[in-house]
Design a protein around this ligand. Sequence first.
Ligand code: FNR
Length: 184
Amino acid sequence: MKVLAVSGSLRADSYNTKLLREAAELAPAGVELELYDGLASLPPYDAGHDTDTAPAAVDDLRSRIAAAEALLIATPEYNGSLPGQLKNAIDWASRPFPGNSLRNKPVAIAGVSPGLYGAMWAQTDLRRVLGVAGARVVGEELPVPRAAEQFDDEGRLVDPDLRARLAEHVELLAAEARPAAAAA
Ligand code: FNR
């Protein structure tokens, strides 16, 4: 089963991207996490350009979502919500509506922040936006606060409890996606 892992951060040393790399390591047998690397290439959403010949980066996003059985999104919080470029990606992926690549797609969400709240407002908004776009958000939020203390120099999570919670998060997502994957 393929899970597309999307980081809401473009920053080279992003904590959220590190979390997704850890999730890839912790994924159960038979579950492959592929890190989406096209976020920076997406142009600003323009309904006038959203035609049968959508921009190549948009085609790539939509086909990668369609080819994945599930999505795992880890997002920072920018000014109390999800980053604009992540919202932009979801806007592109949400069209054409309702037959878009996100429709009924199981999605698990997580968020890392240097502060105390683990990007909770961003995750709350991300859940709502994905639901409106037609995706099926599964499980609870996974807030990871105090980012600077959570990762070692190699980008590995240092807290065994947090590693276990992340592994459970991916396992729940895979369990939600398995029936559709088996039927395909
Ligand atoms: C932030 N940051 C931030 N943090 C937070 O907890 N709540 C917030 O509202 C904001 N707002 C915000 C706005 C902007 C424009 C920036 C650049 C940053 C801090 C943010 O959580 C921090 O930079 C994280 O490290 C970003 O995640 P990555 O890039 O490490 O994944």
